[in-house]
Design a protein around this ligand. Structure first.
Ligand code: ADP
Ligand code: TRP
Length: 331
C-alpha cells in the first residue's frame, strides 16, 4: 500500500518564496514519487482564524489552489481539495478536542506568540485571540489523522503542530485501540528557514517577502532590495551565508549552482549575483506564472477541480469517520 503524504496551506496571504521552497516544493517532489499517495489541500478554515473579509478569503483561497496546480500538481494523481468541502474533518476535530489537554494548546506556538506580543505591548494576554486560533492545532490534527497520513511535509514552524497531532492520536489509540496512524513531519533541513529581503525568516508577518508569482519587473525590483553586506565585487564571499545564493540554488541547474559557488569564492558583485538570480527565477517561473494567471481568471475551472477532489477525499473520510464514531460509542 502506498504511504499517505498530506499537507495544507492556509490562505492568509500571497504565496511567497518561503512557502514555495519550504513547503510546496518538497511536497510536489514527494508527489512525484510512486511510493506515496498525496493529499494536498487549501486550509481555508485555518485561514478564517485571521481573514475576516469575504472577498479577500475567496481570492486568497483561489490563489492557493491555483498555485498548487500552476506548479504542476496533477489533480488526477493527487487528492486535491479545499478543507471546508470535507465536513468529516470538522466532526473529527470536535472528537479530537475531547482528547486534547488544554495545557497542550496553551503551549502551541501560534497562540503563545500572540500572548507574548500582548505582554510586550502591555495588553491583556488574550487580546485578539479567537478560539479558532487557540484550537488551531486540533483542526490541524484532524486534517492529518483523518487521512491516515504518515508523512507531513512542512516548514520548521509547523513541526510542533505535527507533534501535537501525534500526541492526540496516541491518546485516542491508548483509549480505544489502534485507530490513527502516527504521523511524522518531513522537513528539508537546508530549506527549513528561507530568509526574506531583510535577512529574517521570510514571512507575511514581517513584510519581507518575495511573492512567488510576482510579475517580472516587480520581481526584479524585489530581488534588488535583498539585503547584502558592503563587500566589494572582488572580495570572496561565503555562498552559504548569502540569501541570494540560497534562493539561486532552488531555481538553478546543478551545473549553474557549481559555477555560481565558484564565482562567490573568487568574488562576484552583488549586483551581478542578483541579476543571475533574477534570470534563473524568471526562467523557472515564467510558465507556472502564466498558468497561475489563467487559473485565477477561470474560477469555474478551479471550482470544478476542487469539488472533484473533495469527492475523492470524502470517499476515504466518510467510512473512516464512521469507524471512529463506532469506537467511541456515538454510532
Ligand atoms: P507565513 O510565515 O508567511 O505566515 P505560513 O505560516 O502561511 O507562512 O506558512 C505556510 C508554509 O510555508 C508552512 O509549512 C511554513 O512552515 C512554510 N514557510 C513559511 N515561511 C517559510 C520560510 N521562510 N522558510 C521555509 N518555510 C516557510
Ligand atoms: N498550519 C499550516 C500552516 O500554517 C497549514 C495546515 C493546516 C497544515 N492543516 C495542515 C499543514 C495539515 C500540514 C498538514 O502552514
Amino acid at each position: 500500500m502506498k504511504k499517505q503524504v498530506l499537507t495544507g496551506i492556509k490562505p492568509t496571504g500571497k504565496v511567497h518564496l518561503g512557502n514555495y521552497i519550504g513547503a510546496i516544493k518538497p511536497a510536489l517532489e514527494l508527489a512525484k514519487n510512486d511510493e506515496f499517495e498525496p493529499s494536498y489541500f487549501v486550509a481555508d478554515y485555518h485561514g478564517l482564524t485571521k481573514i475576516h473579509d469575504r472577498d479577500e478569503m475567496k481570492q486568497l483561497s483561489r490563489g492557493i489552489a491555483a498555485t498548487w496546480l500552476a506548479l504542476g500538481l496533477d489533480p488526477e494523481k493527487a487528492i486535491f481539495y479545499r478543507q471546508s468541502d470535507v465536513p468529516e474533518i470538522f466532526e473529527l476535530s470536535w472528537i479530537l478536542a475531547c482528547f486534547a489537554p488544554k495545557g497542550l494548546m496553551n503551549r502551541a506556538h501560534a497562540y503563545k506568540s500572540v500572548v507574548e506580543d500582548n505582554g510586550v505591548a502591555g495588553r491583556e494576554s488574550d487580546h485578539s485571540v479567537n478560539m479558532g486560533l487557540f484550537t488551531y492545532p486540533i483542526l490541524m490534527a484532524a486534517d492529518i489523522l483523518l487521512f491516515k497520513s504518515e508523512v507531513v511535509p512542512v516548514g520548521k514552524d509547523q513541526i510542533q503542530h505535527v507533534e501535537i497531532a501525534r500526541d492526540i492520536a496516541e491518546s485516542f489509540n491508548h483509549t480505544y485501540g489502534e485507530t490513527f496512524v502516527l504521523p511524522t513531519y518531513f522537513i528539508r533541513e537546508e530549506t527549513s528557514v528561507i530568509p526574506g529581503l531583510d535577512g529574517r525568516k521570510m514571512s507575511k508577518s514581517y513584510q519581507n517577502t518575495i511573492p512567488l508569482f510576482e510579475e517580472s519587473k516587480k520581481l526584479q525590483k524585489l530581488i534588488n532590495k535583498i539585503k547584502t553586506d558592503s563587500s566589494s565585487p572582488h572580495e570572496p564571499k561565503d555562498p552559504d551565508q548569502s540569501i541570494i545564493f540560497s534562493l539561486y540554488k532552488e531555481f538553478a541547474s546543478t551545473a549553474q549552482i557549481k559555477e555560481m559557488r565558484e564565482k562567490f569564492s573568487t568574488g562576484i558583485g552583488w549586483g551581478e549575483a542578483k541579476k543571475e538570480l533574477f534570470k534563473v527565477m524568471e526562467l523557472a517561473l515564467e510558465e507556472p506564472r502564466k498558468r497561475y494567471i489563467e487559473l485565477m481568471e477561470s474560477p469555474d475551472e478551479l471550482e470544478e477541480i476542487l469539488l472533484r477532489g473533495a469527492d475523492k477525499a470524502r470517499s476515504k473520510t466518510r467510512p473512516f469517520l464512521l469507524e471512529i464514531k463506532k469506537k467511541i460509542g456515538i454510532m
